[in-house]
Ligand binder design. Sequence first.
Ligand code: KG4
Ligand code: ZN
Length: 340
Amino acid sequence: MNPYDIYILAIESSCDDTAAAVIHNGHILSNVVASQEVHRQFGGVVPELASRAHQQHIVPVVHQALHRANIDKNQLSAIAFTQGPGLLGSLLVGMSFAKSLALSLEIPLLAVNHMQGHILAHFIKEEGKNPPQFPFLALTISGGHTQIVKVTDYFEMEVIGKTIDDAVGEAFDKSAKILGLPYPGGPLIDKYAQKGNPKRFKFPKPKVNPLDFSFSGLKTSILYFIEKETAENPDFIQDNIHDICAGIQFTIVSYLMDKLKNAVKQTGIKEIAIGGGVSANSGIRKALKEAETKYGWKTHIPKFEYCTDNAAMIAIAGELKFRKGDFASQNVVAVARTDF
Ligand code: KG4
Ligand code: ZN
């Protein structure tokens, strides 16, 4: 086998998705995700249930990833896994599985930071797609994280802004819960917002440091607004769902864009890449595209399946680590909280 011909199996289990993917020289051969429906009835992820579900899913998910990639496990060059950040019990399932498989196949182990994975997903090779040029700014927005990261090389990243309370996905989900929408409510707010008037109901944007985010105040102001309006008209939500969702989405998207503008001003970098589940939002996608003509930015939005939690992003990060010779030992431990 050509020494540069690399096959890596990657495992991601940091939150409530059990995922496995196979990459070959930058190209994704398979990308399998098993989501956990069990949390829906609780309106959020229950850590103990998440680790149990990972245990049930991991063997079939890995099996399917190898099968879809049409390769045998003996062809693998290394195993990559998510080391953190995430829920410790969930991380342990993926890490233990990766360690055992690497040990039995006598191949190296690659420990990947989940947040770096979200950013490095932009380097998965795809037809007609150019990766971001260094240096660039990455906006990672999901149910678990909200960060602006200055990326100067594959593994040279600096968090220059982050949320001081809730993540942006949580802001969407908690606002949706106030409106009586099921979890996760972000995609539903997006759906209703598309037919609504974003200017009819206005919500305040929290004031924090220019590059940081805060979303807990927004949730409170939506709660008070809804309580006041439904006291007068019990059908207020039902009658105005499109305009309420459009107002919430407009506030969140323009807040994210304000922060990006501040980051561009401070760093002089106009190349922007986004990632995380909230990058599926139609409002942020549109705002970023508009910013290309309005402010001369170059923006990068990954394929949806590489935005939400997935193992393809862990696979590309693993491959880049493999090429650097940055391997992990069998003594490596999972970490729940970590920057880079
Ligand atoms: O990256 P992800 O799948 O999981 C993590 O949280 O790590 O992100 C899930 C988050 C949820 O909060 C969900 O409501 C939000 O992404 N989301 C959206 C949209 N699609 C997913 N939020 C707003 N608009 C969307 N279209
Ligand atoms: Zn994530």
